[in-house]
Design a protein around this ligand. Structure first.
Ligand code: SF4
Length: 383
């Protein structure tokens, strides 16, 4: 990391995501009781597994930037306790004061139906996004055709911390509790790859349960199902969720086929584009997201993707890639934090010029700590 006099928060966040961070034992006091801990609801983002030790899910930089905590005991970054607070160091040099994020009360509560802990069903991403994975399963692993960066199967096996399958009523009850305590503003929901017909029914029942527990007709947030195509798009809209996402992963077509061998067999790059175009027509401009993994393809193709999606009226969520254990790319290296910061600022220029509504009702900079674009947009006054 290029440590400057005045800290560049965007580059700092990028560097923390690609180099990881460690924390002293004293700094970790209260994680899992007062502060929100990791629960491995879907993927594992740390650079090393940490079974049996409670780690924070994410933390805040002084300007409110949310950073995902990616454990790396060899990282030059370390968080230490400091005079009743926390400070971030880079090779023993003070960088900034940081804060863990408060643990929501519903994490302590159990659902009425089967006594399971609510946190085994839904978890908060960042400060205000309620995350549900309705089924922790992906068929591409069975055929050895999983995306090269993905560690879903090994995370589930290593931690075994959440219910693999969650039924609609349980999810509804958790959402009701999370909203009642004022802990969340949006939902993000995804599930495994299974038959489209079955998935729509599952999602429909879940949103009916959430609407019932909240007493509303529509839910702010995003559904990220197996790629929704044709008439299914309207059926997802009718479930009551306000936005839909498409996990395209990689923009460059040839790289997409190489990095996502299973997914690219079931949904081509062209099908993604046709579906996103239709979805913008149904959900409205700004309420459709193209989700990309940033750091595995060249700057120019990534930015071409941002430009095309923006011209279509979609927003972009680019997750910052760093290699995690259990994925086929474990042990590789991500680009530098400086590269991520420069490229994402260019992406923010493209998005701003495109004028797509920012869709912050459904997804905001407080929702997740593993994406830089919403921070780069916030630098431009869009949040
Ligand atoms: S589609 Fe790819 S990224 Fe998604 S769960 Fe399956 S292997 Fe992982």
């Amino acid at each position: 990391m290029n440590v400057k006099q005045a800290v560049d928060m965007l580059e700092l966040k990028a560097s923390l995501l690609v180099e990881g961070v460690s924390a002293s034992e004293e700094a970790l006091t209260g994680v899992g009781t007062d502060y929100k801990e990791q629960n491995h609801g879907l993927f594992g983002w740390d650079m090393e597994d940490h079974v049996g030790s409670e780690l924070p899910d994410d933390f805040l930089l002084p300007d409110g930037t949310v950073v995902q905590f990616r454990m790396n005991s060899s990282s030059p970054f370390c968080i230490r306790a400091d005079d009743g607070g926390l400070k971030l160091l880079h090779r023993d040099r003070d960088i900034a004061g940081v804060q863990w994020i408060k643990r929501p009360d519903f994490y302590k509560t159990r659902v009425s139906q089967n006594g399971k802990k609510m946190v085994q069903i839904g978890q908060i991403g960042g400060e205000d996004c309620l995350f549900f994975c309705y089924q922790n399963y992906c068929s591409h692993f069975v055929r050895g055709k999983q995306c090269l960066f993905c560690n879903l199967a090994s995370t589930s096996k290593t931690y075994n911390s959440v219910l693999k399958k969650k039924d609609a009523e349980l999810i509804g009850e958790v959402a009701g509790a999370a909203w009642a305590e004022g802990a969340v503003k949006h939902v993000l929901m995804t599930g495994g790859c299974f038959s489209h017909e079955k998935e729509i029914h599952v999602v429909k029942d879940i949103f009916a349960a959430i609407c019932k527990h909240r007493g509303v007709d529509r839910i702010p947030g995003t559904i990220l199902p197996s790629p929704a195509k044709g008439d299914d798009i309207k059926r997802y809209y009718d479930t009551g969720i306000k936005a839909i996402g498409y996990s395209m992963e990689i923009w460059d077509e040839a790289l997409y086929r190489a990095i996502c061998p299973g997914k690219s067999e079931s949904t081509s790059h062209g099908e993604f584009l046709r579906s996103i175009e239709s979805a913008v027509g149904v959900f409205g401009e700004g309420n459709v997201y193209g989700v990309l993994v940033m750091g595995l393809e060249p700057r120019d193709t990534f930015l071409e993707g941002v430009k095309t999606l923006t011209e279509m009226g979609a927003n972009v969520v680019p997750f910052v890639w760093s290699p995690n254990p259990g994925s086929r790319l474990a042990g590789h290296r991500a680009p530098t934090g400086q590269w991520f910061a420069e490229v994402v600022r260019e992406a923010a220029d493209i998005v701003t010029a495109g004028g797509v509504p920012p869709g912050t009702e459904n997804h905001c900079y407080r929702c997740d700590g593993n994406n830089l674009l919403h921070d780069a947009l916030r630098e431009k006054g869009i949040s």
